[in-house]
Write a protein that binds this ligand. Sequence first.
Ligand code: ZN
Length: 263
Amino acid sequence: MSGLRIPAGGGPDGARTAHAENVLAPNPSPMTLDGTNTWIIGTHDAVVVDPGPDDERHLRRLAGRLDGRRVTQILLTHGHHDHSGGARRFAELVGAPVRALDPRHRLGAEGLGDGDVVTVDGIEIHVHATPGHSFDSLCFWLPADRAMLTGDTVLGRGTTVIAPDGHLADYLRSLDRLRSMAESLAAVALLPGHGPVLPDPIGTLDGYLAHRRERLDQIRAALREGARTPMEIVRIVYADVDETLRPAAEMSVRAQLDYLERL
Ligand SMILES: [Zn+2]
């Protein structure tokens, strides 16, 4: 496809497709990778996806990167703080409404949900509900760039955790749905909420699905071996995981136990 520029291997700040550009927030951590990706979509007007944390320096830098473009709407992939915390302040800076699935994160009358189409400069943004990481997770499909903004449903590196407000069964269904969309729509890129652009959507989603099945098999095996508490399972299944990620691993194990119990 002409006009698509997907840098391979580079840092996420400034990564772009024909109509979307990333401004990286300065909140790196083991959970947020390089930091939160804030996506600007549009050439004359702009839609901003995930303003990121409430960090004045980031929000002002983001406003500067608009380069005179008027923000018509702010969209949230989900309500977690590292994506939504700065939304209210950014809305104030640029005078635009905030649309999200969860009414608690909206600013203005309009919600956002599965099947909605948001338009900016004639560029369409198709909204898909992809619950799982959180109950309110959305993905945004850009037909013009054949790219999917995935929020925290798919990350640029590693795998996503199921947050306490999410559910693994929903998550697996969402991954399946993204996988079939990536194939039928011939997607060329996933634009994640953290980490670099992913240039092989089907390969990445297959990897995610395989990883989930493998972890579930490992947890079933750990249970057979007599592990009882989530922490005992973490010690067996996530033995190689860094100490700082143990709480995330425990959260993930709880989500998987909950899933297996309901099968
Ligand atoms: Zn996040």
